[in-house]
Structures are given as structure tokens and as C-alpha cells.
Design a protein around this ligand. Structure first.
Ligand code: ATP
Length: 312
């Protein structure tokens, strides 16, 4: 029997890591005429990572492994696929790519897991295809993919406004340690915003950055106690309305001495700020012991944004 050799695709591989985020503060204004809510948010990138491995392929292939990978779409609706397609169109590349996502950020958990995949896919395909785009051009593509994508591309600490996509870097000193209570069943971001609209009907509210002065001071001073006291999320009552048992991990974290505790983004992940790495482990153990989380994570922040961690 003769075997016909098949032309192998080039074996080049690019690995990119992108962080999840926690919103230290999230302030939401009333829905505007385009249907979006103006936001002011303070993001911190945390050491819970998505990894995207890009290799040349025929067409677009998405696979996923890791945390809750079975909940991730592998068709064209995947944010990583959208990112690769947008970049290919922008630079006129017709090559295919296989993107393998190693999930570390909870799916639909309010920690920007899909956005991290999109940012990582942009950086990976940019390197694979040698597009020569500038960082600003990549940021522009990121903003077209979703309001959290520019931040996870950039990382560290930043204030987001508009839909969260207009970023201003923020000064932050030292390390902050977190414990996260994760739910297997996510909350839909549009449903949380709809519940927010219901709760705030007829109540004057605005996305006001001035309210975050104490939080920004806490970050500059590297003061975890002051940061804990300043954590804030306008969406938390809406998330609690949709998932009332989220009150349990919030209470458990407080009992375990958390410096502050907040629902992350649109939830349902609950983020507890700890005094130290050891204290974060204690809070995580308290979540587990009380049975108030499907899984727990610990992490520190701030960390850098999406970047190449391996290439061959
Ligand atoms: P955010 O914090 O930005 O609101 P999130 O972390 O709450 O986002 P994601 O994990 O990004 O939520 O997923 C939201 C939905 O998007 C999922 O339920 C899933 O159907 C879809 N999705 C598309 N691409 C991805 C991806 N690469 N990873 C996870 N979910 C994805």
C-alpha cells in the first residue's frame, strides 16, 4: 500500500495569555437612545487566565478545554472566532486558523472570559500573520468586538467610560488578593441590565466618576482596607434580584473577614478582597465549607493584559 503524503500546514504555533477582570466599581447611567447604558467602571485585571493557542489551519476552527469548556460555543459566534475574522478582514488575510481556548475564567461569570479570548485571539493572529498593526489599531478592533475587550488587551488597572471601552490608565500600587465564588450557571448580561432598568425606573441615576475618588485614592496608596470599603457595583441589586441566593457568598465572605465583597460585573461571580494571599485561601475555603459556590478561585491583581507567552 502506498501512502500519499498530505501537504502539512505550517507548524507555527502562537500561545497568548489574557487575564479576566474584576470591576472594582461599576456605575451605570440610564439606557440611552441607542439602547446602551453609559458606564463608569474601574477595572482591575486579575491572575485568572484564558490561554489561546493559534495554529494555521484550513478555514476557522475553534476548540475549547478547561473550566466550563462545554458551555462555550465553537461556531462563528465565539468571540475568539469573531476577533480572528475581524482582524483577517482588516488586513486582507485569507489564511485559516485553529484557535484552541484553554478556559480559566468562569463562563458568563462577569469576569470577561469571552472578552479575554477575543483579546488573546487578536494578539495571537496578529503575531501568526505578522500584520504589523500598531497597538492602537488593535485596540480599535478590540472596541468593535465588545466593551470589555480593550481592557483585557491592556490589563493592569484602568477607568472605563462610554460602554466601558474608553480607557484611562489608573495608578495602582502593590498587590491585591482575591477569592472568587463561582457559579456553574451564569447570568445573562442583557437580563441583568433589564432588571437594573426595572429597579431604577423613575429613580434619577447617573454614571458618576466623582463617586470613585476614595477608591482611586485607595489604589494609589496600595491600601487594601480602603479599597475594600470603596468597592461598588450598581448592578449588584439586579444580579441579586435574578439570583437571590447570591446573598449567601456575600455574607460568607463578610463573616470570613473580607475587606470588601462585591458581585463582579453582571455576576454571578462574587469577588471578595482579602488581606493577603493566605487570607484569600481562607475565604475560598469558607465558600467551599458553606456550600455557597460551585467552585472557588483565588487570584491577585493587577496583572498585564493579553500577551504572547510562547511561539514556535
Ligand atoms: P462580561 O464580564 O464581559 O459581561 P462574562 O464573563 O459574563 O462577560 P462570557 O464568559 O464572556 O461572559 O460569556 C458570555 C456568553 O458569551 C456565554 O454564555 C457564551 O454563550 C458566549 N461566548 C461567546 N464566545 C465565548 C468565549 N470565547 N468564551 C465564553 N463564552 C463565550
Amino acid at each position: 500500500m502506498t501512502l500519499t503524503p498530505v501537504d502539512p500546514l505550517p507548524s507555527r504555533e502562537v500561545r497568548v495569555r489574557a487575564p479576566g477582570k474584576v470591576n472594582l466599581s461599576l456605575r451605570v447611567g440610564p439606557r440611552d437612545h441607542t439602547g446602551y447604558h453609559p458606564l463608569v467602571t474601574v477595572f482591575q485585571a486579575v491572575s485568572v487566565y484564558e490561554e489561546v493557542v493559534a495554529v494555521p489551519a484550513d478555514g476557522m476552527v475553534i476548540t475549547a478545554s478547561g473550566l466550563q469548556a462545554e458551555a462555550v460555543p465553537t461556531d462563528g459566534s465565539n468571540l475568539a472566532a469573531k476577533a480572528a475574522r475581524l482582524l483577517a478582514e482588516r488586513v486582507g488575510v485569507t489564511d485559516g486558523v485553529h484557535l484552541h481556548l484553554v478556559k480559566g475564567v468562569p463562563v458568563a461569570g462577569g469576569m470577561a472570559g469571552g472578552s479575554a479570548d477575543a483579546a488573546a485571539a487578536l494578539v495571537a493572529c496578529d503575531a501568526l500573520w505578522g500584520t504589523g498593526l500598531s497597538r492602537d489599531e488593535l485596540l480599535d478592533l478590540a472596541a468593535q468586538l465588545g466593551s470589555d475587550v480593550p481592557f483585557v488587551l491592556t490589563g493592569h488597572t484602568a477607568v472605563g467610560s462610554g460602554r466601558g471601552h474608553l480607557l484611562t490608565p489608573a495608578m495602582s500600587r502593590g498587590e491585591f488578593h482575591w477569592a472568587f465564588a463561582v457559579r456553574d450557571r451564569g447570568l445573562s448580561t442583557p437580563e441583568v441590565f433589564a432588571a437594573f432598568d426595572e429597579l431604577n425606573r423613575g429613580v434619577p441615576h447617573a454614571a458618576d466618576a466623582a463617586a470613585d475618588v476614595p477608591l482611586m485614592q485607595a489604589l494609589r496608596a496600595g491600601d487594601p482596607s480602603a479599597l475594600g470599603a470603596a468597592l461598588h457595583n450598581d448592578l449588584e441589586p439586579a444580579a441579586l434580584e435574578l439570583a437571590p441566593d447570591l446573598a449567601e457568598p456575600l455574607a460568607v465572605a463578610q463573616d470570613a473577614g473580607a475587606l470588601g465583597v462585591v458581585v463582579s460585573g453582571s455576576g454571578p461571580t462574587v469577588a471578595a478582597l482579602a488581606r493577603s494571599r493566605q487570607h484569600a485561601l481562607v475565604i475560598a475555603a469558607a465558600f467551599t465549607a458553606a456550600g455557597v459556590a460551585d467552585r472557588v478561585l483565588t487570584a491577585m491583581g493587577p496583572v498585564p493584559g493579553a500577551r504572547v507567552v510562547g511561539s514556535e
